[in-house]
Design a protein around this ligand. Structure first.
Ligand code: NCD
Length: 306
């Protein structure tokens, strides 16, 4: 059982809670690998409200719900809903609370998950709110690290290349910085450095981090956590155009110290395709881990155990 009704932010994910969810995900993984379904959520309906583009998050939540035999309601893009007529997100959440037992939502406005969750009378999962957070992606990232490296402690993690806008970096840094011995190197152009609030959190926790625009720093890290420059969140296109091809991992740059290469995907320019053949390249496996992790979260939030 989880000590919260809704997952809005990675701040809620303490190591004990992460451990419970990841352990439940291991059990769910055997259902997925056996290509089976379980009737755990057969009497429930899960609503998926995705108001921003999504492939992995939307499809893996849908696959997770279906593997648990839950019914699904799916909205992709606001054009097909009354949001296009000017209805508020809050009213939409109140409405859908009467149709579904749990709501998963991806919302375009930074910070929109908090008021949306407050308007729901059923559990709510933040599937990404603007440039703010993406806590379920962090669970997938942690699951992949734990499975591949056997630990979440003592890791040097290099995060690139847009720590300013990348919600997956924000959420992962927030959770992983609670584990003993974690340190971070943020690799990005000067104008795309991590938000001050994130750095204050690291300072308050006494976590060591460095910021650099030098790609050579990647070679020192155990884990490379790369994410595309978040083009749609840039105020001007100049910073994007100048840096998109400059901040790119190619196979020659991968060092013997780099034990794992992660990317929440989609991959745009940040990782060359020649990296895919390296044993450390885990990003497609990471995306597939989305199904068991989201199965675990859905079943725990709906109080059905795992
Ligand atoms: C990420 C997102 O939406 O923030 N994608 C995902 O959910 N796997 C990363 C991105 O869009 O760059």
């Amino acid at each position: 059982m989880l000590p919260f009704v809704s997952l809005v932010s990675s701040v809620q994910l303490t190591p004990d809670i992460v451990d419970d969810i990841l352990t439940a995900a291991e059990a769910m993984h055997s259902v997925v690998l056996a290509k089976r379904r379980t009737a755990l959520l057969a009497d429930t309906v899960v609503a998926l409200i995705f108001l921003e583009p999504s492939s992995r998050t939307m499809l893996s939540f849908q696959a997770a719900a279906q593997r648990l035999n839950a019914g699904t309601l799916l909205v992709h893009g606001k054009e097909s809903t009354s949001l296009a007529k000017g209805e508020s997100i809050q009213d939409t959440m109140k409405l859908v609370s009467g149709y579904a037992d749990l709501i998963v939502a991806r919302l375009p406005e930074t910070g929109a998950a908090v008021p949306a969750a407050a308007a729901c009378s059923v559990p709510f999962i933040n599937a990404g709110d603007g440039a703010n957070e993406h806590p379920t992606q962090s669970l997938i990232d942690l699951y992949t690290i734990r499975r591949d490296l056997g630990t979440l402690e003592g890791l040097h993690v290099a995060c690139g290349f847009d720590p300013l806008h990348s919600r997956t970096i924000h959420s992962l840094v927030s959770v992983l910085s609670q584990y003993k011995g974690t340190r971070f190197t943020f690799v990005s152009p000067l104008g795309l450095r991590a938000p001050e609030s994130l750095k204050h959190m690291l300072d308050a926790r006494g976590v060591v981090y460095v910021e650099t625009d030098d790609l050579a720093a990647l070679a020192q890290a155990d884990v490379l956590y790369l994410n595309r420059l978040q083009e749609e969140r840039f105020a001007d296109t100049k910073t994007f155009d100048t840096n998109r091809h400059r901040y790119r991992l190619v196979s020659d740059m991968v060092s013997a110290r780099n034990r794992l290469i992660l990317d929440p995907l989609p991959r745009v320019d940040e990782i060359a395709e020649d990296v895919d053949r390296l044993p450390q390249a885990a990003y497609f496996r990471q995306a597939h881990n989305g199904v068991p992790v989201r199965m675990a979260l859905l079943s725990l939030l709906l109080r059905k155990g795992a």
